[in-house]
Design a protein around this ligand. Sequence first.
Ligand SMILES: NC(=O)C1=CN([C@@H]2O[C@H](COP(=O)(O)OP(=O)(O)OC[C@H]3O[C@@H](n4cnc5c(N)ncnc54)[C@H](O)[C@@H]3O)[C@@H](O)[C@H]2O)C=CC1
Ligand SMILES: CC(=O)C(=O)O
Ligand SMILES: [Mg+2]
Length: 382
Amino acid sequence: MKLGCPAEVKAQEYRVGLTPNAAREAVASGHTVLIQQGAGLGAGFEDADYVAAGARIVGSAPEVFAEADMIVKVKEPQPAERAMLREGQILFTYLHLAPDPEQTEDLLASGATCIAYETVTDDRGGLPLLAPMSEVAGRLAPQMGAWTLQKANGGRGVLLGGVPGVGPARVVVIGGGTVGTHAARVAAGMGAEVSVLDRSLPRLRYLDDVFGGTFRNRYSTEGALTELLAEADMVIGAVLIPGAAAPKVVSRAMLGGMKHGAVLVDVAIDQGGCFETSRATTHDDPIYEVDGIQHYCVANMPGAVPRTSTIALGNATLPFVIALANKGWRAACAEDRHLLAGLNVHAGQLTNAAVGEALGREAITPEAALEGSDQAGLSRAV
Ligand SMILES: NC(=O)C1=CN([C@@H]2O[C@H](COP(=O)(O)OP(=O)(O)OC[C@H]3O[C@@H](n4cnc5c(N)ncnc54)[C@H](O)[C@@H]3O)[C@@H](O)[C@H]2O)C=CC1
Ligand SMILES: CC(=O)C(=O)O
Ligand SMILES: [Mg+2]
């Protein structure tokens, strides 16, 4: 198979879909790897590193898209990239379709087979291709929130850890999954007083067992949240219902009960955001204010640390990239129901129920797409 890796074009996105080590393994498995010139530079990988791994450097994105059977990326394809996808081509990347009807429309129109990193599952109920970026975004969240809390950035001018004689900042983390746990650990490590809320009792038990002495946890109800918001200097939004639009856990009215200059960091913004007042921002212009509360809502936070993020993401995606390249998408997905769970769009049909529900569109099951793909191809060909 020909694997193509274009340079990312989203604002301030310096990650890359394939590392030289991933390229080397794909080449060793008998595949051709096409890397757009300079695609790895932002993450510290030179074209020469890819050439040494056996990959071929290609001058432009249109050449990569035209030649490759499978496109491996990081971020959801931007409009110019969507226009280059074609029927039968595989796209393997983050998609986050639930809050993005335009992208969904374009992917359906392309006829491509689109597998989303964020809905691939594992045996333990986890999301193995989201987890590494959730670890990065979780660890970054208190760092970005601490910066936003500085007076010059519109925050209330509170130092996270306090100093001797002055108490620490209070941090509330909503959602105690991967993002939330890593955020809570780092915020506590910076000296803040941290509370984590979740709606899963098994998760709260786990957090209590492992981190009981480091941060507190509470069952997430509006009442508990309202109490904690009143005292909070920083609130980190980290909830997820896989594939679905994020539930709005903090309404605009609830901002009125918070301290002026407190900070919201909405990590869940890539699924539409879990605060009513959130809108996606970029690394170029990351913060804005609503009702005296500062909002940081960057949808690709790991892009801020592209070296760490690219390697972490590549470690997780590599086995799936190789399986897709070796077997083709249909056999690879037929043999691995967890990879099949990543199928969001195939041959003009939506194949993820949560995305369909969020967008009010009909979705078939990924299993039906697997069985019906020949037929779908045939009916378009006549
Ligand atoms: N902005 C960015 O750059 C990035 C964003 N993310 C996003 O961060 C979000 C969280 O991801 P993960 O931590 O990996 O998910 P996860 O599935 O590990 O954790 C989510 C947690 O939220 C809890 N939850 C669900 N509904 C809730 C509610 N109403 N109240 C309280 N808790 C609730 C779940 O029980 C679960 O423990 C996702 O939307 C993910 O896409 C992840 C990486 C980067
Ligand atoms: C998860 C995601 O969207 C990101 O890493 O940018
Ligand atoms: Mg994102």
